[in-house]
Design a protein around this ligand. Structure first.
Ligand code: PLP
Length: 239
């Protein structure tokens, strides 16, 4: 799994980072937005040395989606970077990551939310979470359906070890232009959640995590403020 890091490989990532950052900025301005869009480097299968070089380039947010791989690698990470957990998370694995990440993007069940709450409180912390939405209603995908979101929020609202920061999604792939309507729907739901949360200290709804290598510009058009970039940054690879 480890790869030897050549200068060319680093150069390539450096060029990719510059190009993607420019595209993010262009998309942000084109959308008439004044707020920030955060660049997340998605680090699955990437060697820690290369991850740290990318932190040196300016990436301050890393996304991890496999518990074991993360545990194997995280101690060598540059401490200037924050890590968010973005992948499918089994409840029994929460205890391994609870004190090592600053946000969990993939909360998709009451059981998982309750476990995060319990483990966070045991560590004397409050974990920031995003609710993952299955925006395309796909059978094979995890996430809460849009219709269930309000009920889900009501159920986890009382948990003191978590703080709801917003929403995350992975829209259906290969849908041509229609991913646009999924992002639009997410933006609408995010706006509703935000107004619901206003003036309530148990919420701090400010994060809409959507957009990956193939669709981040469209996601930015619809208000995404964390784009999760893997292959376009670190090079194409098998997952
Ligand atoms: C792998 C992954 C990404 C990055 O995908 P790319 O298409 O390689 O940019 C983003 N989000 C999640 C949840 C992922 O698992």
């Amino acid at each position: 799994m480890t790869e030897k890091l050549s200068d060319e490989r680093f150069e390539e990532v450096s060029e990719n980072y510059k190009r993607i950052s420019e595209r993010i900025e262009t998309a942000r301005l084109k959308a008439g937005r004044k707020d920030e869009v955060r660049f997340m480097g998605v680090t699955k299968t990437v060697a820690p040395e290369l991850i740290n070089r990318s932190v040196e380039l300016g990436i301050r947010l890393l996304g991890e989606n496999r518990v074991q791989e993360f545990l194997d690698k995280h101690e060598s990470y540059d401490k200037r970077a924050q890590v968010h957990f973005i992948g499918a998370l089994q409840s029994n694995k929460v205890k391994y990551i609870i004190d090592k990440v600053s946000m969990i993007h993939s909360v998709d069940s009451i059981k998982l939310a309750s476990e995060i709450d319990k483990r966070a409180r045991a560590h004397g912390l409050v974990m920031d979470i995003l609710v993952e939405i299955n925006i395309g209603g796909e059978e094979t995908k995890s996430g809460i359906s849009p219709e269930e979101l309000n009920a889900f929020i009501e159920e986890i609202y009382g948990l003191r070890g978590i703080r709801i920061r917003g929403l995350m999604t992975i829209p259906p792939v290969n849908t041509g232009g229609s991913s646009e309507r999924y992002f639009a729907k997410m933006q609408e739901m995010f706006g509703e959640l935000k107004s619901k949360a206003e003036g309530d200290s148990r919420f701090l709804v400010d994060t809409l995590s959507m957009g990956m290598s193939g669709d981040f510009e469209t996601a930015i058009k619809y208000g995404s403020n964390i784009v999760r970039i893997g292959s376009l940054l670190y090079g194409y690879r098998k997952y």
